[in-house]
Ligand binder design. Structure first.
Ligand SMILES: [Zn+2]
Length: 345
């Protein structure tokens, strides 16, 4: 089969690799219908996030169950499924605690030893019952791109909003205009936010943010961005802030944009050494909650809304390509000519 393989900074290619196949009785093999390129893949492509040459890459995919092991109970061949960006058994102490990303039997597509990547024609899925969510959709369903966002970006945006404790009537600021930040806008509105202030400077992304429910835009970065949020909030700052970038500057911006007593939900994957201004947070009673998103928990609650037409994050995919053009997809995202690239098999 063909799978995207990371060969080093600036070098990914669609290579022929051994076919995905069942190894354990709890496995399923999924034939991929569509996958996509994540901002975190681009961090690897740029050589900022460490990855080993030869690893398959890609961690978001929607597909059809092709085969199941003898102990798989909740899935049948032919089921259309959404996979989270990790696998998990759904039964261990960590899964029960609500952190399936720490599952004792879990792992990450491409990064864990022997794991298939998602930007491929097929994927072996360990612990299929705990990992995959079957959805009532067909292989050519036009909602597949919207369902694909549940693999990572929509669930991650929702996690930021939940960790920030967004509630009815809140004023929310979103730091980061990538796909996660844009989904954070949708999530904040779902949770009842009255105003959502998007921080960003890219017109195409700001247009998506408006479509998703952003009411205000601040076209600055850093301290000026936080000042812009204060100007829009009578000097108080936002009740809730979603931090969707993962740099020291974006964390500082998020905390500076927060109202005293507010909460920052942080889901941007941290890069480099990050310091949070604990002294400022202490004095202003600003809380910081978040981390890697347990998106598997959110897929069942979001699937229904997507299938009923009440939730459509698919506009985050502003470029669509066949899997065969995956190299072009990476170059396009690296050049910031796309927010997020959809890959169709
Ligand atoms: Zn587990």
């Amino acid at each position: 089969m063909r799978s995207t393989v990371f060969h080093g900074p600036g070098a990914v290619s669609l290579d022929t690799v051994p076919d995905a196949g069942l190894r354990e009785a709890t496995d399923a093999v999924v034939r991929v219908l569509c996958s996509c390129i994540c901002g975190s893949d681009i961090w690897a492509y740029r050589g900022i996030a460490k990855r080993s040459p030869g690893q398959p890459i890609g961690h978001e995919f929607v597909g059809v169950v092709d085969a199941i092991g003898s102990e798989v109970r909740t899935l049948r061949p032919g089921d259309v499924v959404v996979a989270p960006f990790f696998w998990c058994d759904g039964t261990c102490v960590q899964c029960a605690r609500g952190v399936p990303t720490s599952c004792i039997a879990g792992g990450f597509w491409g990064r864990s030893t022997g794991a298939d990547g998602g930007q491929a024609e097929a994927v072996r899925v360990p612990h299929a019952d705990g990992t995959l969510v079957a959805v009532d959709a067909t292989e050519d369903d036009e909602r597949l791109p919207a369902l694909l966002t549940l693999a990572d970006v929509m669930g991650t945006g929702l996690h930021a909003a939940k960790c920030a404790e967004v509630g009815p009537g809140d004023v929310v600021a979103v730091v980061g205009d990538g796909a996660v930040g844009l989904c954070g806008v949708l999530a904040a509105r779902r949770l009842g936010a009255e105003r959502v202030i998007m921080l960003g400077r890219n017109d195409a992304r700001l247009a998506i943010a408006r479509r998703f429910g952003a009411t205000d835009v601040v076209r600055h970065r850093g301290a000026a961005a936080a000042e812009g949020v204060r100007e829009l909030t009578a000097g108080l700052g936002a009740d809730r802030v979603l931090e969707c970038v993962g740099t020291e500057e974006s964390i500082a911006t998020a905390i500076a944009a927060s109202a005293d007593g507010g909460t920052v939900g942080y889901v941007g994957v941290p890069h480099g050494v990050l310091r949070a201004p604990i002294r400022e947070m202490f004095g202003r009673s600003v809380a910081l909650r978040g981390g890697i998103a347990p998106v598997r928990r959110y897929i069942p609650e979001l699937v229904g809304d997507v299938l009923h037409g009440d939730l459509d994050p698919s506009p985050v995919f502003d470029v669509g390509l066949p899997l065969a053009a995956v190299e072009e997809g990476y170059a396009t995202m690296d050049a910031r000519l796309a927010t997020k690239v959809l890959l169709r098999c």
